[in-house]
Ligand binder design. Structure first.
Ligand SMILES: [Zn+2]
Length: 259
């Protein structure tokens, strides 16, 4: 039974992942997410349903266009696989409960923002702010569904996370250019609203630590200049995922330590 549910979640995940690829490619370019239909970027040939089966088509075609033989980017397949694995993993944390649905929704939002920030340095407002609205609506419905975070926790998460990142973004600008983009502030708000308080602290801690370490390594290897902006959304997405899956356990374990 569990195996069947996990398999269904994996298949759902790779299918959703294929849609997330389209959203991440087209929304920052302000293109429609339904038109034109998927096509090869080299020869322009429209891709048929058999070419669009998530993960499997890529493997069967060995990552090449059926019509012109040009290699497809491996990113689409990796995103489908990651979404499939994260959806399946969600079963172990949430089981088949009301909590599963919001988890899958927020995983999807985090994945889209991870891709757009990593590849283009953009966290589109048209993704971030509807995400925050959705997180608040889900939290408002929590007395009916029993999902976490509740309304207050979600609002606190939003206020703390958005507020903290607003200061991180705004204060350096008084003196010079900020390494953060305003998009990071919105995304921090989305993480806060979706995982709630205090779980959001786990997300912020991981994001800032991982972001600072990565920046230090890139600067030491001279791959990046000190003042260059960092794609911080990538680290927020990673921190958000950890907080979504294990935030409560980590907070509990930490408060036990402090006793
Ligand atoms: Zn082609």
């Amino acid at each position: 039974m569990d195996i069947a549910v996990i398999l269904i979640l994996f298949l759902l995940g790779i299918s959703v992942g294929s849609f997330l690829n389209v959203v991440a490619d087209r929304v920052p370019a302000r293109e429609s997410i339904v038109r034109p239909p998927s096509h090869c970027f080299n020869c322009g040939h429209e891709l048929e349903p058999r070419d669009l089966v998530p993960v499997f088509s890529y493997l069967i075609l060995r990552g090449k266009c059926r019509y012109c033989g040009r290699p497809f980017s491996v990113r689409s397949m990796l995103v489908e696989l990651a979404a499939g694995l994260l959806f399946a993993l969600a079963f172990f944390t949430f089981g088949v409960t009301w909590q599963l649905a919001p988890a899958l929704i927020f995983i999807s939002f985090y994945i889209i923002l991870f891709i757009t920030d990593l590849e283009q340095g953009i966290l589109p407002h048209v993704i971030v702010y509807p995400g925050i609205a959705l997180a608040l609506i889900i939290a408002l419905l929590s007395p009916l569904t029993g999902t976490l975070p509740g309304t207050i926790s979600s609002l606190e998460g939003l206020a703390v996370s958005y507020g903290f990142f607003f200061l991180l973004w705004a204060l350096p600008r008084l003196f010079k250019k900020s390494v953060l983009d305003y998009g990071d502030v919105g995304m921090a708000g989305l993480i806060g609203a979706s995982v709630g308080f205090p779980q959001v602290l786990v997300a912020l801690y991981i994001a800032i630590l991982a972001g600072a370490l990565t920046a230090a390594i890139l600067i030491l290897w001279k791959l990046k200049k000190f003042n260059e902006p960092l794609q911080f959304g990538v680290f927020l997405a990673a921190g958000g995922l950890v907080a979504l899956f294990w935030g409560s356990e980590i907070i509990d374990a930490y408060s036990m330590l402090l006793r």
